[in-house]
Design a protein around this ligand. Structure first.
Ligand code: BGC
Length: 255
């Protein structure tokens, strides 16, 4: 298979998902496999589940580039934070540990960065010039900053402090559920959040991802911003697509 095919794996708080991706179109070339994230989210357990998933996804294909995305700051292959996962990940040489456990090289990135890159290649930010800010509203808030198609990794703007608190604890979708908020009440929190982002970055476009973005008609029209704000195109598959695409973009060149 050509380098326009790769495997993407998206590790989340509840599930680990993966598939083979056609990078010329962004289509999945295999069924999407999903396994539950092991309780506690400890490194060795997650690596073992990822190994099982990869064995299913890659059956019949070999030597494809593999991208893995994860909900933490990822710097030079190390996981540097753990907002919604076991704190055993902090400071871990995660990329190396995955490679050891899986027996193959991988490219390891932050989950929101993967989703943002997927939107810039195959989705809502395709061919959009300037500054695009993707936010994923889920358990936490993930962010990806893209300028003229180039990703600036690890922005972590979900943790902006507003009203004296880490604002993902108020504006993530999990906060809507926890506090039993109506769309209107939740939108008031989102308004504060996106207004702050707008003031800091003056983006050309906001993209809203995460599972809740399929209900975008219930909350995006309630927001008043100067910047256009639109739902992501790829919700469940964005991490898979972006991780696969980044694995190829950053694959070591072999002679
Ligand atoms: C983490 C980010 C992650 C986001 C979405 C945040 O709590 O700090 O690294 O991208 O959740 O999963």
């Amino acid at each position: 298979m050509s380098s326009s095919t790769a495997i993407g794996i998206d590790i989340g708080g509840t599930g680990i998902k993966g598939a083979v991706v056609d990078l010329s179109t962004g289509a999945l070339l295999s069924p999407r496999v999903k396994l539950p994230t092991p309780k506690g989210g400890r490194p060795q357990d997650i690596i073992e589940t990822t190994r099982q998933l990869l064995a299913t996804v890659s059956s019949g294909t070999s030597d494809l580039p593999i991208g893995v995305c994860f909900p933490a700051v990822v710097k030079h292959g190390h996981t540097m934070s753990a907002a919604n996962v076991s704190d055993k990940w902090i400071g871990l040489a995660a990329e190396r540990l995955f490679e050891k456990g899986l027996g193959v090289p991988i490219h390891f990135v932050n989950d929101a960065d993967a989703a943002g890159y997927a939107e810039s290649q195959f989705g809502a930010a395709r061919d959009v010039d300037g500054v695009v800010l993707l936010t994923t509203l889920g358990t936490g808030i993930g962010t990806a900053l893209i300028n003229d198609g180039e990703l600036v990794p690890n922005t972590e703007l979900g943790h902006l402090e507003i009203d004296g608190v880490d604002y993902e604890t108020r504006a993530a979708f999990s906060a809507k559920e926890r506090d039993n908020l109506s769309w209107e009440k939740w939108a008031a929190r989102l308004q504060k959040y996106y207004s702050r982002l707008e003031a800091l970055f003056t983006p050309d476009l906001f993209i809203v991802g995460g599972g809740v973005s399929k209900h975008h008609e219930d909350f995006l029209p309630l927001l008043h911003l100067d910047t256009r704000i639109i739902p992501a195109v790829h919700r469940n598959n964005a991490g898979i697509l972006g991780a696969a695409a980044l694995a190829v973009k950053y694959a070591p060149v072999t002679a």
